[in-house]
Design a protein around this ligand. Sequence first.
Ligand SMILES: [Zn+2]
Length: 318
Amino acid sequence: MIVTQGDILKKLPILALAFCLFFLFHQAVHAEDGLTKVTGSIYSYADVKGASPKNSFGANAGIIIGKDFLVAVDSLISAREAKRFIKDINKISKKPIKFLINTHYHLDHSLGNSEFAQLGAIIIAHENAQANMQKAGEGMLQYAKQSGLSDQDMKGTKLAYPTLTFPDRVTLNLGKSKIEIIFLGPSHTTGSVLVFLPQEKVLFTGDILFTDFHPFLGEANIEGWIKVLDYIMAMDVDKIIPGHGPISSKKDVADLKNYLLVFDQKAKELTAQSKDLNFIAAEMKKSLPPRPQLESLIARNIQMKYLPQGNQSQPQAK
Ligand SMILES: [Zn+2]
């Protein structure tokens, strides 16, 4: 069979996800015990120790409780995981879940969508996130299985695409507080957004921020990502809920910026000298700030983003 460049490009987001999840799978498993109060009427999973397919690879998700309804941020990896999330939500509030925001399309943040849609929630995402999800299509379910989730784990999981998309930003009014959903350009993915509560000074970043985890850069636009991190540094926020990791502060944002700058510079230098992935990864480890989780992503990120030759999984660099 002749594989064209077009075919490869079509599959890139899926391949990127698969690699991401493959490495996340190697983390230790820790059960998550319910939602944690962030502040006021905002709750989140956060600081899930380790990651496995069964706990959505440690992805964080949360809720904002308004006067008459509540809003969820991300839906975890499967119907089962979304049910766990909804059960935990109901322990805190019985108000209807009127909106679900997807911070981006990656499956550990969006494959639980249909459970929320069944409850009548409107799913909101950036228009690029919706396009990414539609392009990936049923492949997202396949990759969940290939990443270690069984048929039983995925039972009842169906794709549910965002029904409300926007180009730049949109605001949800919840009575006394409001939620600003902000797109600033490509970063972790081409459709990653920030979910900001200005009154509460709380920010959900999705995977724009990884704390304590090496970040996944397979689909990254480094320059754009750094601009978004700079934007966060200038925001009036006290508490930041990252895509993976504990509740964070601006120090963690600065740390990730530094990490990305070092990674990008060093990766370009090393790949100009050598195409030996093992050598490059070993050298990278000497230069990068240490992070306790997902060290194996260093080599994968190099392979996917900086060594296109002979690597069909190289995503479009921007
Ligand atoms: Zn992601």
